[in-house]
Design a protein around this ligand. Structure first.
Ligand code: F6R
Ligand code: MG
Ligand code: MG
Length: 366
């Protein structure tokens, strides 16, 4: 059976500040999706949140980029925004960049990751959702899951994974894409992937079958809007088991709270902390950045789950390390590399300050 899994998310208002989603917004979204499910337009859904981001997880048979599904998600965000405005939540409707829907939510603010799959006998899926960071955050974990034998022993000892995977990498500045086959092209690939804010990974496919293994959202809100409207707070869907990495291999990269861009004012580097849904409440310095992972088995499109994968105590050490790293990074205050380089910050006063001081700059002697 062919099923499409669509994860469409938006920050339509924070409670309090940018730290959390209001329960009434989640409730309202569930109500609206329940109506759609009852009408048969979608098979199943799960509504959750990661920090201040509302996450709509849906299964249906309308394929990727379906105008009908995107419009339904858009309408829920619009309805949610009305409620967010009533509750005077912070930044109500901040990710809805247009007043009218135009066929596809891509480019309109919300983040989207979708995959159409032929459901396997057992279809294990992990959906990662992050807050206070951007889409490049998935680069290191996707590399580790699908190309690093120190993370994924299956690449070495499972015959159905031994041919490797192919990665589609996007150039978000020039609006181009390129694919790499691993393991033979990892050195060429890493020169791009190692610059995640410029070259995020869009998808990963199994070789030689070409079957989709992972897909991420690669929207860069700041670029879409031409002004600061928040970090992407991206999502990523990963298939697990069989010819894909095992669930444990998919989760393993997050045992290291690696540094990502985002955090306070989208202008800092900080550790990505793996947490349960309940703990996705970034408060310290509006962070540190969080990632949640929900696991499902698909059964004829039904979402059997979720299992809150990072609720496992075996990620306690990663959380402890993330807090230690957060403390260490914070001590750098307004200095790089805690604060992002000038051109990467989402907030800046540089043009104003430069203008003010223009006449005070004099030439250095030769
Ligand atoms: C970062 C984030 C927050 C805000 C900060 C200022 O992604 O969401 O750190 O940037 O709280 O928010 P505003 O400008 O809305 O007052
Ligand atoms: Mg927000
Ligand atoms: Mg957010």
């Amino acid at each position: 059976m062919k099923v499409t899994l669509s994860v469409i998310k938006a920050d339509i208002g924070g409670w309090v500040g940018h730290s959390e989603s209001h329960p009434l917004i989640l409730e309202k979204s569930r109500e609206l999706l329940q109506k759609t499910a009852s009408s048969g337009k979608i098979i199943d859904f799960h509504v959750t949140k990661c920090g201040d981001d509302l996450q709509l997880i849906m299964t249906h048979q309308k394929g990727e980029e379906s105008g009908e599904i995107h419009k339904m998600a858009w309408d829920i965000f619009v309805e949610g925004t009305k409620l967010a405005k009533k509750l005077k939540l912070h930044g109500a409707g901040q990710d809805l960049l247009s007043d009218a829907f135009s066929g596809n939510v891509k480019g309109m603010g919300p983040g989207v990751a979708e995959m159409e799959i032929e459901e396997r006998d057992a279809e294990s899926i992990i959906i990662f959702m992050a807050d206070k960071t951007s889409s490049g955050a998935w680069n290191m974990p996707l590399y580790k899951m699908f190309a690093d034998p120190f993370n994924t022993i299956g690449l070495v000892i499972a015959s159905n994974m031994h041919s490797g995977f192919s990665f589609e990498v996007h150039d978000v500045q020039k609006h181009k894409k390129v694919s790499f086959n691993t393991p033979e092209e990892i050195y060429d690939m890493l020169i791009f992937m190692g610059a995640p804010s410029h070259y995020p990974v869009k998808s990963v496919r199994h070789r030689p079958s070409g079957e989709i293994a992972a897909v991420s959202s690669t929207q860069r809100l700041s670029m879409l809007a031409g002004r600061y409207v928040g970090k992407d707070d991206p999502v990523c869907i990963v298939r697990a088991q069989g010819k894909f990495p095992a669930v444990g291999e998919v989760l393993e990269p997050f045992a290291l709270p690696f540094l990502v861009e985002g955090w306070m004012r989208g202008s800092h580097n900080g550790p990505l902390m793996p947490v349960s849904v309940a703990d996705s409440i970034p408060s310290r310095f509006d962070g540190p950045p969080r990632v949640i992972a929900l696991g499902f088995q698909l059964a004829e499109g039904k979402l059997v789950g979720p299992r809150d994968m990072f609720a496992d105590i075996s990620f306690d050490e990663a959380r402890k390390q993330a807090n230690t790293a957060a403390e260490y990074m914070r001590r750098h205050g307004p200095f790089e590399p805690h604060r992002l380089p000038l051109e990467e910050m989402e907030y800046t006063t540089m043009p104003q300050v430069m203008k003010k001081l223009k006449n005070r700059f004099t030439d250095l002697p030769e």
